[in-house]
Ligand binder design. Sequence first.
Ligand code: F0G
Length: 452
Amino acid sequence: MKTIIEPFRIKTVEPLRMTTREQREGILREASFNPFLIAARDVLIDLLTDSGTGAMSSEQWAGIMRADESYAGAESFFRFRDTLRRITGFDHILPTHQGRASERILFELIGGKGLVVPNNAHFDTTRANVEHSGAEAVNLMLPEATDPKARHPFKGNMNIPALEALIARVGREKIPCVMVTVTNNSGGGQPVSLENLRMVRAVCDRHRLPMFLDACRFAENAWFIRTREEGQRGRPVREIVRDMFDLADGATISAKKDGMVNIGGVLLLRDHGLFHRASNLLILTEGYVTYGGLAGRDLEAMAQGFEEVLEDDYLAYRIRSTEYLGERLRASGIEIVEPPGGHAIYIDARAFCPHIPAEKFPGQAVACGLYRVGGIRSCEIGSVMFGGAGRPAPAMELVRLAIPRRVYTQSHIDYVAEAAGELYAVRSTLRGMRMTEGPEVLRHFTAKFEEE
Ligand code: F0G
């Protein structure tokens, strides 16, 4: 059968609230033209993020009822730990409340002033945590990664010559670890090949450096390896996932993505001493080592979610449904980051509205336009997110349509494509934005705008 269907049926439904275009006009103004400031009840299709917005399965909900809420040594912790051990092969496993908590603990321990952390593409919270420790965060992407049109099967790969050059320039003693983000969220949700991960490992071995994964979307990355990489085709996803983790000395994971939960995170470590220090910091700031700032029920939901995400039917549907949205947008003439990523489609806002210069935030204009036309919430990833405080203009002006896991059906996605097509047809009417308020860092969350 050619059609790939949603491999689930719906047991509980949540109504969506329709709004008129006129109402949305007022709501947008109220929210100072920042979709983050719109109340969720006023959003029809919410593609702001795929993080913590997924639907849980009946087995996850059953686990929630079964959970052991003991403070120390709860059954739910052991189920969570054993699942992660089975999947990743790591022995030392700490639960945290979300990805950035794992990042904060890791970089408080290994970061610091004068140090440099290379990554294929730091996610914004990872960068913020590296910088908060006093270290410098450096992105080492492939040249193709900043050209939306360039089609590379593993556009998320680490730029190996650039990594070698960085190590030669700053010296290995200045580098606490080399990090690889799978898939590279900020660069289009693009995967990293197993071959590239092995090359990073080889560089790390040569220079005796630890290698860490930011493994939020490890299962989506493994699916791309299975379907695109020479020599990997058709291998069981679990084996590929294991190969990925076997290369690493540690990993930070936000379980709000491929963990298929609404809240949760993981920190994986091999080094016993580092694990000991991380455990102490976890107790200090998050909670005891067997719950890490979560309830037992959250650990149960994660234990089940990390298993479900590895099912072939799920991953085939997940990656295909994202690609489908990309194809529909492309058919309307909209340019996107090619090829479609795993968790999101990124519209090239520069190509969408070439009449709006970077300093007038073309991505924000497109994001507001999508809300106006269809009540769709998306997220600017461009000059609003990365600009300000004298930083250079980012290489791309993008609008991310992130797809929550197991939430929207194909007709929802058809609606999104139709609304985006309508907006594209009148793109010359889109107006630039003026930022009237904005903090120095992570300003996309709270910035306010006026339309020109
Ligand atoms: N690393 C990556 C690659 C991410 O995409 C995120 C979160 C994090 C780390 C931090 O995890 O939110 O659990 O603290 N990304 C979300 C997004 C917020 O919308 O892409 P967290």
